[in-house]
Design a binder for this molecule. Sequence first.
Ligand code: NAP
Length: 336
Amino acid sequence: MNDRKLRWGILGAARVNERLLPAIVEASNSELVAIASRRLGAAAETLAKYAPRQQGVKTYDTLDALLDDPAVEAVYLPLANQEHAEWALQALRKGKHLLCEKPMALAVEDIEAIEAAARERQLTVMEGFMYRFHPQHARALELIRAGTLGEIRSVRATYSFTMRPARMYRIDRDAEHGGGAMWDIGCYAIHSLRMFFDDPPQAVTALAKYNEHGADTAMSGVVDFGGGRHAHFDFSFERARRSEYEIIGAKGGVKCHTVWQLPGDVPVVSWWTEDGWNCVEQMPPANHFTLEIEHFSDCALTGKPPALSLEDAKANCRLIVAALRSATLGRTEILA
Ligand SMILES: NC(=O)c1ccc[n+]([C@@H]2O[C@H](COP(=O)([O-])OP(=O)(O)OC[C@H]3O[C@@H](n4cnc5c(N)ncnc54)[C@H](OP(=O)(O)O)[C@@H]3O)[C@@H](O)[C@H]2O)c1
């Protein structure tokens, strides 16, 4: 049995460390060895807040110092969206495996550059869509693959929460500069609706609301997967908290009620069929952050390809960019 642990460094004292830092500490095949922030003292503060009993973790006040630390084998990158591509490349050039928070980049060409850098050095790279590591999605997919719901004809993905004033920096710039709800939460809608169609999308039409900085704060749209198969998405920073999807087939439907599972939440998947099934399944709680870290560490340690490929990251980015263009230009964007 291989009991080696992957040695992680965290590049940025971001708020999301509230979830990911304990996950790295808890994951059976991982060890947290360093954290860096450009804000003086923020790395040590983050460590004290989210892993107060953790010993021997180095803290750095520059990102480069962490990347130069030979003890760090893998980097978790939770910087602001517009910084992902640049620091992803820096991490790879320093020979580090990379788990990059969503969205990996704001342009497909940037993901291609990341892919080339990783291939050259044989490093593991994955976009951090943690939700996919929760077993509730495997249950939805199982019902679909078993044919229980018939051919999938429609998907609806909905994500929202009300943005708190303290976090307004996320919407003080337009999408081209990494701001707005699409890059922040819309990317989950696009990613989760793509999970249920095997074919690439053919077209997308979207409507958005923008604020005075040009950031999208709410968006609704339809993705055409051909043959009358449509996926509907909506997301917003101005609506009550929701993170759900519903899939409708020719013979029935399935709904995942809470995609953004927090530790302690009870996952619920409900499904029905026209021939009389009507089930509400409460599934065992699972921490998708820890499962994501364990999966990534396993891949980096053994050389296995990660569950979320760079092809998937590029396809997601391509559809996001097309939806943003559709909303801006007020027309349907053709993809295929
Ligand atoms: N998977 C998930 O569940 C999840 C949840 C939330 C967010 N995210 C993703 O994770 C990434 C980080 O999101 P977040 O909301 O955690 O970001 P955040 O707290 O805004 O932090 C992002 C980075 O911005 C810099 N920063 C933050 N506050 C700052 C301040 N007051 N002054 C100067 N710089 C500051 C920090 O870099 P330095 O540390 O170097 O200063 C920090 O690491 C985003 O890409 C987001 O999409 C993922």
